[in-house]
Design a protein around this ligand. Structure first.
Ligand code: 5BU
Length: 474
């Protein structure tokens, strides 16, 4: 029997022995769920134990060059034991509680500092049980880079493990598991759809402290990004060593192109307001795209969409500007509600595109409240493929390390303009406010030599970023 058939066989068998149940249940992380897995019963079925260990062995353990295996207590312990024997790799055991006498060790077995350990687990929801085991192994100087699990409930566990440096490999995702049961007529198509809908919309609450995104290097964050544009942007930033975005708020296309000839190599992102260009035409689009290619930067059209979804889809694809055809990403207000994201998500025509949601503004007296900001961040969670990041002013506005904080209102001196703009310094926006990319407009455009000034901003911003990831405080 091939691997896929064995997987299907296992799913059906698990259903038959009641290791998976449908109804109203509560998980260990404290959330309601329409399906519950209790794999503890598998110890009563040697044929299922054998099937699981064969599948896990072929799927991952065979190819791993880790020094040890460690099961997360308790359900995965016997599975880890079988794998240890099969792979001829020594096992480690983590205690649930430290012994009250003798050594206070949490890890049993013989090992050396610096050795690697692969984790075995049955079901992952938030990832917190795996992370507890990882923490205890790390305390003993053991490295954990991989976790092999039977089933991923697809509720944030994978991301949580990855942001802690642990790659997760799962025999089944929740969706695949449900599909197999439906295919074999163990559950109805309706139940399958209800359960899948539930899993699409429910995330497990993170029980572990989330990582501080501002302490991670851009290269690492590129790996954690789910939107293709944020991934690309993080990569460009790391490659070109710049976290500077120039805002080209000029009204003539030649002036914009001339400016970009001079500053293109120093920026990761170019922010446009196409509706202020008096001689906008398709030739301008061709030329700015060529510059983007030549200097390796992305283009953000700061359109600040704010209408109902249907209108925004038209504004994005039609009219004079046909923004969706050339802008890598756009800015969007959350004010109209989720429909605006649904509309843009459906308008990308399969091309990689991104959205920066406006969570906060830099201007004095703006009407955005903390509740609005929070609701904006919450709204983004359903669109991991579309959201590039947030336009915002504060480090605590969001946590996801795969998203980008874009912060406008930056000049070398703390100041403002006569129309309510508030400026902060590069030090302040990068080190205190958590900006990943700083947007500078007039600070560069109005300088005698924009090129020299762009280098001044680039160097100042990059220095602050380097300081930030090296853990030094202001
Ligand atoms: P400045 O010349 O550096 O002030 O230009 C800032 C740019 O960022 C300008 O294009 C604004 O439209 C844009 N911006 C902003 O300044 N503040 C905000 O909160 C948002 C956008 Br959102």
């Amino acid at each position: 029997m091939g691997f896929e058939n064995k997987l299907e066989d296992l799913a059906v068998k698990l259903f038959t022995i009641d290791a998976v149940k449908f109804g109203d249940f509560m998980t260990k992380s404290g959330i309601k769920t329409p399906v519950y897995f209790d794999f503890r019963v598998i110890v009563s079925y040697p044929d299922i134990m054998e099937l699981i260990s064969t599948l896990l062995y072929d799927f991952s353990v065979k190819g791993s060059n880790c020094n040890h295996l460690c099961g997360v207590p308790y359900t995965a312990l016997p599975v880890a034991t079988l794998l240890s024997i099969r792979a001829k790799k020594p096992m480690l055991m983590r205690r649930k509680e430290a012994k009250g006498y003798g050594t206070k060790k949490m890890i049993e077995g013989h090992y050396k500092t610096g050795e690697t350990c692969l984790i075995i687990e049955d079901v992952v929801t938030s990832g917190s049980s795996v992370l507890e085991t990882v923490k205890d192994l790390n305390k003993e100087g053991l490295k954990v880079e991989e976790a092999v699990i039977i089933l991923d409930r697809e509720q944030g566990g994978r991301q949580s493990l990855e942001s802690n440096g642990v790659q997760m490999k799962a025999l089944f995702t929740m969706t695949q598991f449900i599909d197999i049961l439906a295919k074999h007529k163990k559950i109805t198509a309706e139940t399958a759809e209800n359960v899948k809908e539930y899993f699409r919309t429910t995330k497990a609450p993170a029980t572990e402290e989330p990582v501080d995104r501002t302490a991670l290097p851009y290269e690492k964050r590129a790996e954690l990004a789910t939107n293709q544009i944020s991934k690309q942007l993080f990569q460009i930033m790391a490659q070109k060593k710049t976290n500077l975005c120039i805002s080209v708020d000029l009204t003539s296309s030649t002036k914009i192109l001339d400016l970009l000839e001079k500053v293109g190599e120093h920026v990761c992102l170019v922010k446009t307001h196409v509706d202020i260009i008096e001689d906008f035409n398709s030739e301008f689009v061709t030329q700015i795209k060529q510059l983007a290619q030549r200097f390796n930067f992305l283009i953000l059209e700061d359109r600040k969409y704010a209408d109902i979804g249907n209108t925004v889809a038209l504004q994005y694809l039609k009219g004079l500007y046909r923004i969706g055809e050339w802008a890598d990403c756009v800015t969007v207000h959350s004010l109209p509600g989720e429909g605006i994201l649904k509309a843009l998500n459906g308008s990308t025509n399969g091309v990689s595109r991104g959205v920066f949601l406006l969570a906060e503004m830099s201007s004095e007296g703006n009407l955005i409240t903390p509740d609005y900001t929070k609701a904006t961040v919450d709204m983004s969670a359903k669109y991991p493929d579309l959201i590039t990041g947030f336009v915002c002013q504060n480090k605590d506005t969001f946590k996801d390390p795969g998203l980008i904080q874009l912060t406008p209102g930056v000049q070398l001196e703390t100041s403002g303009d006569s129309l309510g703009q508030i400026y902060n310094t590069p030090e302040k926006v990068i080190l205190e406010k958590g900006a990943d990319i700083a947007v500078v407009g007039r600070g560069i455009m109005a300088a005698k030599s924009p090129e020299t000034q762009a280098i001044v901003y680039k160097d100042a911003l990059w220095k602050c970023y380097m300081k930030r990831i090296s853990g030094q405080k202001e």
